[in-house]
Every structure is written in structure tokens, then in C-alpha cells.
Design a protein around this ligand. Structure first.
Ligand code: ATP
Ligand code: MG
Length: 426
């Protein structure tokens, strides 16, 4: 009884050693939901079992017909199945604890779900803050795709990735001849997002001069393309996102206070993963399913414990990378703690021999300085979990340069430069 579960108990009342009532009491402790059928003489049932008769206890009185016992057992099995079904249902809800793409069942995430439900159909601007990798973009998408604007475009733009001049014409569009390379008129992302949502990623990196122009668009609800003199009326909801403290940026004069108030109508703060450990197992499970179709993968007890105890400085994104890596490392469907490498255990490139090896490989392959730089930039970004300002500090570059550089290097060789702009329909 202690070691394994069973569907239904069938026991006599009078037995040598422990009698049926003691057995029942123990069973109630261990497996309160397991139905039991008691076989007993009429008198003893009257005195004892009758009083205990509940949803999980049934009895047949001796002498009984085989059919009577079968019926009692069938009833018990049915009850058990019902109970299992309910439990499975409850477990499924517990386990997914999710809202669309968003996973998490902590109190903090439940608050965020409630907030999203409340605000998704409003047209007020939203400002999402949170550390890198906390899920700001998923929250933004969930707001859009669960709200009244879901059928209209969701248009993302990353403010860090764009040089200032380009960002302006991308946002507001331009007329033909607005500048030398403007051979044709171009619709801005604001116009593309009409009726829907414009997702401004890393708003804290928007150049101050452009902030003023953005503010004007938000106030007037109309946009004038670069070089043009006609404005277009627009209905666009802004979801802005930042992992910086905008209050500090305002202090330093890097961010306009008036724009901050315009954007911060509905604030959402996503706490770091270390403040909501309840989400770790559900996220880990969700990432496991996301990166493998094979449902047999399981974490061992120890692996689960390790996941719970890791610091997750890079938040959900780091956890996701870790799970993806674990799937690659696991040599069976059991994921052991040795497959779960948290950031401090991932081999770093500043190891002496690794460093030598790296340079030797670079020499052998006759890599150009740019190619070597690209690898290093990528490695640094990865090592700091995608926190661009930290990567920039390590590399001694400013964020903007870093981003452009990484983008350019990546697009190198192809005629089609990979754009940081990824307007998409869903
Ligand atoms: N609550 C969540 N449920 C499901 N997936 C999540 C959740 N939070 C984060 N993720 C996943 O983690 C990864 C990082 O999330 P996301 O890109 O939204 O983070 P972010 O806050 O925008 O990070 P950054 O500031 O670095 O841009 C994504 O793959 C995302 O799908
Ligand atoms: Mg993001």
C-alpha cells in the first residue's frame, strides 16, 4: 500500500493479525481517494462499517452472491475513474497554468494574466518593464492577440537596431525624394499598424530627438511622412518595452518625461524568474515540449531540484537555452542533473587553452578580423544572456554600435541584409 497505488481495495473485515478496520484506517491515511469494498458478516457491518460508509467505502454482507460482489466492485471502479478524471483535469490545469503563449502559475503571473484580460481591448498605451529574458515580448503579443485588435496587424520594431535617420523613416514613412536614396515613397510602420498594435522594443534606446517626434504623433494621432506635408490620421496602440529603468534615463536626460507619461498609461512589470520560483517547473516543462515532440522526456528528481535552485540571471530565456541544451546532451529520455547546465557551468571562452585553440583555429581558417569579431560578439552576447548593454560594456562598444555591427556582420556576404525589422501577421 505504501509503495504503489492500486485501483480498488477488496478486504475482509475479520482477519488474523490486523483486522479489516485497522487496515481501513491505514488505507484512509495513505490513499484517501481509493475506493474499498468490504466483505463482512451482517452483524459486524451493522455495528462498524455502516457508520463509516462514505463515497469511497462500500460493502457486501456475507454470505453474498458473486454478482453482488461484482456490482460493488464495478461501482468502485467507476468511482475511481471519475476521481482520476477529475484529478487529471486538475493536474492539467495546474501543470500548464498558462494563458495562450504565456506559461506560469505564480501569483505574479496570475496577476499579469488578469491584467492582460482587463487591458487587452483598451486602446491605451502599455509600457512593459522587466529584466532581459523575462518574457516582455510574449506578454506584448498576448495583449495584442487576445484583445479587440487581434485581427489587425502587430508590428514590432526594435529601436536599438536602427540608426536614427532610418528609424524615423521606418516609423513614419517618407515621400519620394525625401532624401537621396528615397527613390519611391514608403509607408511607415505606424501606417502599417493602423487599427492594430505597434510594438516598440527597447524604447529606452530611442534617440531623444526622435522621442519628440514620436510624442507628437501620439498626441495628434496622426503621422506625417518624412519630407511630406500631409498628415495621415491613424489609430495605433503602442506597446513599448524596456529593460532599462526609464526613471534613471529621464534623470540623465536620455528619455523625455512627457513621452514617458504618454507611454506609461498602463504599466506592466514582469518580475525576474528568481522572484517567482513557482514558474520554473512549468516553464521548464513547457520548453521541453516546445523543443521536442517526443513526450517521453522527463526530468529526474535531481535535475528538477537543480532547475529550482539555479539563479537564472538570464530569466526565462536562459532557462529555455538550458533546456534546449539539456535535450541535446541527454542520452536517454531521462534528463539528468548533469545534462542541466546552468550559466556558470557552460564552458566559457576565456579559458586559457580554449583561448589558444580559438586563435589557432582562426589562423588555420584564415579568418578575417571581421569574422573573428563576429564570433566574439556573438559569444559575448550569449554569455551575458542577451543583455546588450552588458555585452556592449564588455566589448567596449556602445549599444547602438554593437547592435548594428552584429547585424551587419550577420548580413555580410548576402545582398539581402537581414533587417531588424520583422513586421509579421501573428
Ligand atoms: N511566461 C513565459 N511563458 C512562455 N515562454 C516564455 C515566458 N517568458 C519568456 N518566455 C520565452 O523566453 C524567451 C524570452 O522571452 P522574451 O523574448 O519575451 O523576453 P524579453 O523580456 O523580451 O527579453 P529581452 O529584454 O532580452 O528582449 C522567449 O523564447 C519566450 O518565448
Ligand atoms: Mg525582447
Amino acid at each position: 500500500m505504501e509503495d504503489r497505488d492500486f485501483d480498488v481495495g477488496l478486504t475482509d473485515l475479520q482477519m488474523p493479525g490486523k483486522d479489516g478496520l485497522e487496515l481501513l484506517a491505514a488505507l484512509r491515511q495513505l490513499r484517501p481517494a481509493t475506493p474499498v469494498v468490504l466483505m463482512a458478516a451482517f452483524e459486524s457491518v451493522q455495528t462498524a462499517a455502516e457508520a463509516m460508509r462514505t463515497g469511497t467505502l462500500d460493502y457486501v454482507t456475507r454470505p453474498f452472491e458473486a454478482d453482488a460482489l461484482l456490482i460493488a466492485l464495478e461501482r468502485a471502479f467507476e468511482r475511481r475513474e471519475l476521481e482520476d478524471g477529475n484529478r487529471r483535469l486538475r493536474r492539467a490545469v495546474d501543470r500548464t497554468g498558462s494563458f495562450r503563449e504565456l506559461v506560469g502559475k505564480s501569483a505574479a503571473m496570475n496577476e499579469i494574466y488578469a491584467l492582460i484580460r482587463k487591458i487587452s481591448s483598451s486602446r491605451s498605451n502599455v509600457l512593459i518593464t522587466g529584466e532581459s529574458g523575462t518574457g516582455k515580448e510574449v506578454v506584448a503579443r498576448t495583449i495584442h492577440f487576445t484583445g479587440a485588435r487581434a485581427k489587425k496587424p502587430f508590428v514590432p520594431i526594435n529601436c536599438t537596431a536602427m540608426p536614427e535617420g532610418l528609424l524615423e523613416s521606418e516609423l513614419f514613412g517618407h515621400v519620394k525624394g525625401a532624401f537621396t536614396s528615397a527613390h519611391a515613397a514608403k509607408k511607415g510602420l505606424f501606417e502599417t499598424a493602423h487599427g492594430g498594435t505597434l510594438f516598440l522594443d527597447e524604447i529606452g534606446d530611442m534617440p531623444v530627438s526622435l522621442q519628440g517626434k514620436l510624442l507628437r504623433v501620439l498626441q495628434d494621432r496622426e503621422v506625417r511622412p518624412v519630407g511630406g506635408n500631409q498628415s495621415v490620421k491613424l489609430d495605433v496602440r503602442i506597446i513599448a518595452v524596456t529593460n532599462q529603468k526609464l526613471e534613471d534615463a529621464i534623470q540623465d536626460g536620455r528619455f523625455r518625461k512627457d513621452l514617458y507619461y504618454r507611454l506609461n498609461v498602463l504599466p506592466i512589470r514582469i518580475p525576474p524568474l528568481r522572484e517567482r520560483p513557482d514558474d520554473i517547473p512549468v516553464l521548464a516543462e513547457a520548453f521541453l515540449r516546445k523543443h521536442s515532440d517526443d513526450e517521453r522526456y522527463r526530468f529526474t528528481e535531481q535535475a528538477s531540484r537543480k532547475l529550482m535552485q539555479a539563479p537564472w540571471a538570464g530569466n526565462a530565456r536562459e532557462l529555455e537555452n538550458c533546456i534546449e541544451r539539456a535535450l541535446a546532451l541527454a542520452d536517454s529520455h531521462e534528463i539528468h542533473s548533469s545534462d542541466v547546465l546552468v550559466s556558470s557551468e557552460v564552458p566559457r571562452q576565456n579559458d586559457g587553452t580554449l583561448h589558444e585553440m580559438l586563435l589557432r583555429t582562426a589562423l588555420e581558417q584564415r579568418l578575417s578580423a571581421d569574422e573573428l569579431t563576429e564570433s566574439y560578439i556573438d559569444a559575448v552576447i550569449e554569455a551575458v544572456h542577451g543583455r546588450k548593454s552588458e555585452a556592449a560594456k564588455m566589448l567596449g562598444m556602445n549599444r547602438r554600435t554593437l547592435y548594428r555591427r552584429a547585424e551587419r556582420l550577420r548580413g555580410e556576404g548576402g545582398t539581402e541584409r537581414r533587417s531588424a525589422l520583422t513586421p509579421c501577421a501573428n
